[in-house]
Every structure is written in structure tokens, then in C-alpha cells.
Design a protein around this ligand. Structure first.
Ligand code: NAG
Ligand code: NAG
Ligand code: NAG
Ligand code: NAG
Ligand code: NAG
Ligand code: NAG
Ligand code: NAG
Length: 659
């Protein structure tokens, strides 16, 4: 999609799914179409029983009911559960609530959708007839899915009309509502009595897997002890209880053209042009090579602005590597490209790191895994969704041409992919001037750095200094860490907690580490002070943007208890100031150790340990007044300033003929 509508996500203003359903369903009779898990709708039914009467019919894509052979589609592992279909597996109890709600249901199950693969013939025919923008959009998405799957011709036998077929059947039935028994132009219909299996026999055994029963005297939702919901619940992809000897698995879930859209920038903006902005280094002698490892929290974007403003003769930002094991989702990576575009630095490569923390991905199917640590990041409240959108402000950044899309960049038959962190790292090492060494600044979990260390056999000649923003050296029981969502863990700091194994690898290495721990960060992050300084002049687009972001954080912090912690993000900038040599901090060398034993209540804690600790430089003191001045002055400096200020500026540029 290349179009931006006027509406967008805004923290605290975004309506919830429940609110939207309440508004729409209380307005009058309505039909509901469910093409994902049933969670939202089940919660709605349980919380608003009086509105059930308004729901005339439910159409559901999901389940598999007819064939005798296992009919599931959990392709990441069939050995534990060959029966389940993903939408049902995603929340079986919710599906049960919906199926047994008493509202008439039309189910479009997997065994029906499996009869209509997206054949080559269909694909080619679709390609020939794209008369509307929405048809173009659908076709291009399908093509992108095909190319990304790298299945070649097998794609045409593995991909089916799932949700699209369900929508077709539903609209066809609705448009012929006078015909009995759901007659429609696409499918034959049949009445069946079905249910959803939510737990596995034997029922009533408390083995720690069933959160409705285990540990509760009265089962949640008043469920019946020993009833169909009280058995073993599948706890993971390879739950040993579910895998039987012949490899078949025993856990189950269900056994049984007028209003054409504006499609792209070319049509919306007559003078739209794709440009990449790159600086002209001329004969300047570039400063020390730096790789910035970030996790896409708001503070990391502020830090990135800062790094880009430090004179090129001081810092030469060679690459950015991104860790999606922290505050934002991997898809957010486009915001980095947009920020670089704004600052005229489309030349800086960006590499994406592993999706899961060290040792958290599945041993056999590595694109699935566990959320043991990342579950500590809240949704909203400054965490995911908020970070993913930069609090709704990301869309105001200028938009860089998307570099890594499948649609038009098929080279040698393989899609151009987003480069990985390790690939970017290797190319930086390869192109390093003889005799120079890389400095690394990490503002997030240490997943990427650990991986780099493990991949380099001979490190001594590559690294200069490593600046790590994170860790907490507690000075006593009162001096707590900041993982506020995991109550049992009082002393850890987020960046260490999010990937303790990686942190351990880094602290066990021979790198020269400078640690910027929580204690000192906490002394510099006053949002009102930083805002006051920034707003004194506010001359550059980057100062304006940073000021808007920081005002947003401050406003949220003032208005809602869930946002109390967001000044954390203005403290993260400290690492960049130290790296740039702008502050003259006091350091001490101490032996530090990180705990990583798989124990939630202690993992990620850092402590002084004379015997097992690694000697690192720890920041002890800085000039706090200087911190605010330095940040504000750098951002307001007219040198190395933005080349394009905002999306609005692009919008104006692309609407008028260039002079
Ligand atoms: C479904 O179950 C009900 C109640 O047990 C029964 O009356 C009905 O005949 C069954 N319908 C079908 C299609 O099996
Ligand atoms: C559970 O049952 C009790 C007693 O019948 C009732 O007061 C309570 O509202 C029920 N709770 C739920 C969640 O249905
Ligand atoms: C955008 O729209 C124009 C005009 O309809 C069309 O020629 C062009 O191919 C479209 N671009 C893409 C990338 O789809
Ligand atoms: C965890 O990961 C590290 C690095 O990838 C590896 O060396 C170690 O063996 C792993 N530990 C476990 C318990 O899997
Ligand atoms: C590592 O690299 C340096 C510089 O290239 C070299 O002098 C040294 O011998 C290497 N060490 C090992 C163990 O290969
Ligand atoms: C750490 O710093 C010391 C002193 O500057 C240097 O001799 C050593 O090679 C450095 N270690 C690494 C891994 O870069
Ligand atoms: C701290 O920084 C401020 C502002 O940059 C400066 O005026 C002051 O002299 C500095 N204090 C010390 C002790 O260096």
C-alpha cells in the first residue's frame, strides 16, 4: 500500500476492538464475519450477553471437519497436533464460546478451502485482469506472498483461498437471503453438529497446563470440574504430552468499480518521484567508525538523531543493526529507513537481527519460538504498538522509497530481502580501512552483539570500544531495576533481562566494555528539562520532531499511570553522548557479572563479583546540566540537518510541478 489516509493510531485514543463492537452491534441487527481467532468476539459475547440478540448470523473461517485423515494446518509442527486449524488453535476456548453461543453459524472449514488452491491458471488469469486499484493491490500482495514463499511452482498447490473464499460464500449467502439453508453460488452447504475440543483427555487431571483450573479453587468462568474444558491443554508446539510414539500426535482442537480506491503515490501525487539522499563526503576525513545496535524504542530514535548530528569528522556511522527482541516489532524497521531518508543518509545500511532472544527459538522450526523474556514488554503503555508507530508520529516522517519489497525487485529470480544484522556487520568489517577498528553502541538487548561475537573467530583486530546502555548495579535493597512488569525480578534492567544469555556471552568475551547503567541514566532523563532546552530554539526539522515525540511522552506520563516509566526513553540518549566524547564522564573499572540461568526472578541481573566478574568501565558521574544543553544544541545545529522535513513537505513537493 502506498497511500496514507488521514486517520492513525494515537496512544490512549485508539478505540479498542470491544468498544467498536459494542458501538456497532448495539446499533441494530448485524452479521459478523470472523476470519481470525475468535478471541475478540468471544470476549464480547461473555461481557455483553444482552447484545447477543442483535447478532443475526456468524460466518467463520476455521476448523477442519470432514476428512478422516488429520485435517489441520499447523505447518510449523504436525507431530503434536495434526488436527488443529490455526484460527481455532489460536484460542480454542474462545472458539468454543462462539460455537456454543446459540447464534446461527456458517462455518467455512479447512476441508472446504483446501478444495480450491490458488492455481497457476488462476494466478495468470488474475494477472491479466486488474481493472481496479484494489485488484492491483490484491494481485500484488498475492504475488509478493508467492515470491516470498520461495516455493516456486509448489506455491500453486500449497496456498488456498482461505479467508477470501469465506468472504465470498458469506456475501453470496447474504445477497440471496430469501433462499433457504444458505444456498449460494460457490458452495454446497450441509448441517452438522460440531464442537471445539479445548482440552485433552483424561479430564480433571491437574498437570499445570490448564490455567482455567490449575491453581484455582473455583475454576475460572465457573467451568465444570472434570468437564470437557478440564483436561490437558497443549502447552507448546512440541508439548511432549501431545506427541505419541508413531509421530501422529494426540492433541486436537477441532475434529470435526464505482468507488475504486486510490492506489499509489503516482496517482495521488502527479509529481511523485523516488529519490535516495546520500551525503557527499568530499575530501573530509571521517571520524571513528561506529555501528549502532538499537531496538527501536522511542529513545533509540532520539539517539539515532543525535548520532547523525555529531560531525562526520568525529563519528562515521557505518551501519545500524536492529534487534526486534526489545521494544518494537521487526516490521517497524521501515521507520529507521524513513528517519535516515529525512536526514539525507540513505547510504547507511540497516540490518535486521534475530526475531527471538538467544535460545528462545524452536530447535527444529526456527521461525517460531518462545516469548519468555519479551513478554515483559507491555502492549501499549509505551511498549509494543506505541513503539511500533513511534506513538503515532512515525507516519509524519518523510517516506523513503521502500527498498526491500518483493513487488518489483526480483533479481535472479529471488526477492531482494531485508539484509540481516550479521550480513551488514560482515560487510562493515570487510570494508573497514586498514588499521581502523569498530566502535559499537548498543541501546537494546544484546542479541545481535552476542551473535557477532560468536561468529568472529579472531576479534582482537576488529573492535575498539563497546558502549552498552543498560544493566543495573544495585547499591542496596532500595535500589531496584526497571523490569516493572515482572514483579518477581526486582533488580534486573530491561536490556539485560530481554536476552540474558546474550548479555552473558558479551560479558564473557574479551571486548572492552563501557557500561552506562540504569543508575546514571536515571539522573539525566527529566522530560520537562530536556523539552525546555529543545524548545528554546527549535530551528531544525529534527529538533521539531524530537520535541513533538518528547512532548508526547511527557503528556502521556502526566496523564496516565501506565505511562509513568516513559522518561526511560529520554535517558537512553546518554550512551551516544559518551561515545561522541561530548561529555567528560567519570569512570570506574569494576568486575561485573550477569545472571542468565533461565530463572525469571534473577535473569538479567548484573552485579559486582570480584571472582567471576569481567572488568568493565562503568560510568559513575556526568555533568547533568551539560547533558540537556548538548542534546538540544546538537539537534538545533543547522549543520548536518534534515534534507526533507516531513511527509507533509513531500506531499507539497509532489503536488506541484518542480520549477
Ligand atoms: C444435531 O443434534 C441435535 C441434538 O442432539 C439433533 O436433534 C439433530 O438432529 C442433530 N443434527 C444433525 C444434522 O445431526
Ligand atoms: C459463577 O457462579 C456464581 C454463583 O453461581 C455467580 O455468582 C458468578 O457470577 C458466576 N461467575 C461467572 C464468571 O459466570
Ligand atoms: C501506480 O499507478 C499508475 C497509474 O495507474 C500505474 O501506471 C503504476 O503502474 C502504478 N504503480 C505501481 C507500482 O503499481
Ligand atoms: C544457548 O545459545 C548459545 C549461543 O547460541 C549456545 O552456545 C548454547 O549452547 C545455548 N544453550 C542452550 C541451553 O541451548
Ligand atoms: C588475529 O588477527 C591479527 C591481526 O590480523 C593477527 O595478528 C593475529 O595473529 C590473529 N590471531 C589469530 C589467533 O588468528
Ligand atoms: C582492549 O583494550 C586494550 C587496551 O587498549 C587493547 O590492548 C585490547 O586489544 C583491547 N581488546 C579488544 C578485544 O579489542
Ligand atoms: C556543566 O555544564 C554546564 C553547561 O554546559 C557548564 O556551565 C558547567 O560549568 C559545567 N560544570 C562543570 C562542573 O563542569
Amino acid at each position: 500500500m502506498r497511500i496514507k489516509g488521514r486517520r492513525n493510531y494515537n496512544p490512549l485514543w485508539q478505540p479498542t476492538a470491544q468498544q467498536v463492537m459494542i458501538d456497532r452491534i448495539s446499533a441494530g441487527p448485524i452479521t459478523v464475519l470472523l476470519i481470525g481467532t475468535c478471541t475478540n468476539f468471544a470476549i464480547f459475547l461473555m461481557s455483553n450477553p444482552h447484545l447477543k440478540k442483535n447478532i443475526k448470523h456468524i460466518y467463520i473461517m476455521g476448523g477442519g471437519v470432514r476428512t478422516k485423515n488429520p485435517t489441520g494446518n499447523l505447518f510449523t509442527d504436525y507431530t503434536s497436533n495434526p488436527y488443529a486449524e490455526s484460527n481455532m488453535f489460536g484460542d480454542p476456548f474462545a472458539a468454543y464460546q462462539v460455537f456454543h453461543s446459540g447464534i446461527p453459524i456458517t462455518l467455512i472449514p479447512l476441508d472446504a478451502t483446501n478444495s480450491i488452491p490458488i492455481s497457476k491458471n488462476f494466478f495468470n488469469t488474475f494477472e491479466q485482469s486488474q481493472n481496479t486499484y484494489e485488484a492491483q493491490y490484491c494481485f500484488q500482495s498475492l504475488k509478493a506472498a508467492r515470491d516470498a514463499s520461495q516455493l516456486g511452482d509448489k506455491f500453486y498447490t500449497r496456498f488456498f483461498m482461505w479467508d477470501s473464499f469465506a468472504s465470498g460464500v458469506a456475501t453470496s449467502i447474504m445477497s440471496k437471503s430469501n433462499k433457504p439453508n444458505g444456498e449460494n453460488e460457490f458452495a454446497e452447504m450441509e448441517y452438522m453438529n460440531i464442537t471445539v475440543v479445548t482440552s485433552n483427555e483424561p479430564y480433571g487431571v491437574n498437570d499445570g497446563s490448564n490455567l482455567f483450573f490449575d491453581g484455582h479453587d473455583i475454576p475460572r468462568f465457573n467451568l465444570t470440574k472434570g468437564g470437557v474444558h478440564s483436561g490437558h491443554v497443549q502447552t507448546g508446539l512440541r508439548d511432549p504430552f501431545c506427541i505419541v510414539k508413531n509421530g501422529k500426535g494426540k492433541c486436537q482442537v477441532i475434529n470435526c468499480p464505482q468507488h475504486t480506491g486510490r492506489f499509489n503515490f503516482t496517482t495521488e501525487f502527479p509529481y511523485y518521484k523516488k529519490v535516495l539522499y546520500k551525503p557527499d563526503f568530499g575530501s573530509n576525513k571521517l571520524g571513528k567508525p561506529v555501528v549502532f545496535d538499537m531496538d527501536m524504542s522511542a529513545g533509540d530514535f532520539l539517539t539515532l538523531f543525535y548520532l547523525l548530528k555529531v560531525p562526520l569528522e568525529v563519528i562515521n556511522l557505518k551501519a545500524i543493526i536492529v534487534s526486534p527482541t526489545g521494544w518494537a516489532n521487526a516490521a517497524t524497521i521501515d521507520i529507521i529507513y524513513d528517519l535516515l531518508h529525512m536526514m539525507g543518509r540513505d547510504d547507511i545500511p540497516v540490518g535486521l537481527g534475530d526475531i527471538f532472544a538467544t535460545n528462545q527459538s524452536d530447535a527444529i522450526f526456527s521461525s517460531v519460538g518462545d516469548c519468555k523474556y519479551i513478554k515483559a514488554i507491555p502492549h501499549g503503555s509505551g511498549g509494543l504498538i506505541d513503539s511500533d508507530t513511534l506513538y503515532g508520529l512515525a507516519r509524519d516522517l518523510p517516506r523513503s522509497p521502500r527498498r526491500y519489497t518483493q513487488e518489483n525487485s526480483l533479481k535472479d529470480g529471488t526477492p531482494q530481502k531485508q539484509p540481516l544484522a550479521l550480513e551488514v556487520w560482515k560487510s562493515v568489517v570487510k570494508t573497514l580501512d586498514p588499521g581502523s577498528r569498530i566502535n559499537i553502541l548498543t541501546n537494546g538487548p544484546l542479541t545481535n552483539l552476542a551473535k557477532i561475537i560468536l561468529s568472529e573467530k579472531n576479534t582482537t583486530s576488529i573492535y575498539q570500544d563497546v558502549y552498552i546502555v543498560g544493566g543495573h548495579i544495585s547499591r542496596g535493597d532500595w535500589d531496584k531495576g526497571n523490569v516493572f512488569t515482572i514483579h518477581s525480578n526486582e533488580f534486573a534492567e530491561f536490556n539485560m533481562f530481554l536476552d540474558p544469555s546474550a548479555a552473558k556471552t558479551v560479558f564473557d568475551s574479551n571486548l572492552n566494555i563501557t557500561l552506562i547503567p540504569l543508575g546514571i541514566q536515571r539522573r539525566v532523563g527529566s522530560l520537562p528539562r530536556i523539552l525546555e532546552k529543545l524548545q528554546e530554539t527549535k530551528r531544525t526539522p529534527e529538533a521539531k520532531f524530537a520535541s513533538r515525540l518528547l512532548s508526547m511522552l511527557y503528556g502521556l506520563q502526566q496523564s496516565h499511570v501506565l505511562y509513568r516509566h516513559v522518561d526511560k526513553f529520554s535517558q537512553e540518549i546518554l550512551g551516544a553522548l559518551v561515545l561522541a566524547g561530548d561529555l567528560k564522564p567519570t569512570m570506574q573499572v569494576k568486575p561485573v557479572k550477569v545472571l542468565a540461568e533461565g530463572v525469571e526472578s534473577t535473569d538479567g541481573q548484573t552485579m559486582i563479583d570480584e571472582k567471576d566478574g569481567k572488568l568493565v568501565k562503568i560510568l559513575e558521574d556526568v555533568n547533568y546540566t551539560a547533558y540537556y544543553d548538548l542534546f538540544a544544541n546538537r539537534l538545533n545545529d543547522l549543520k548536518q540537518s534534515a534534507v526533507i522535513g516531513s511527509f507533509d513537505e513531500q506531499r507539497r513537493l509532489w503536488s506541484r510541478q518542480p520549477k
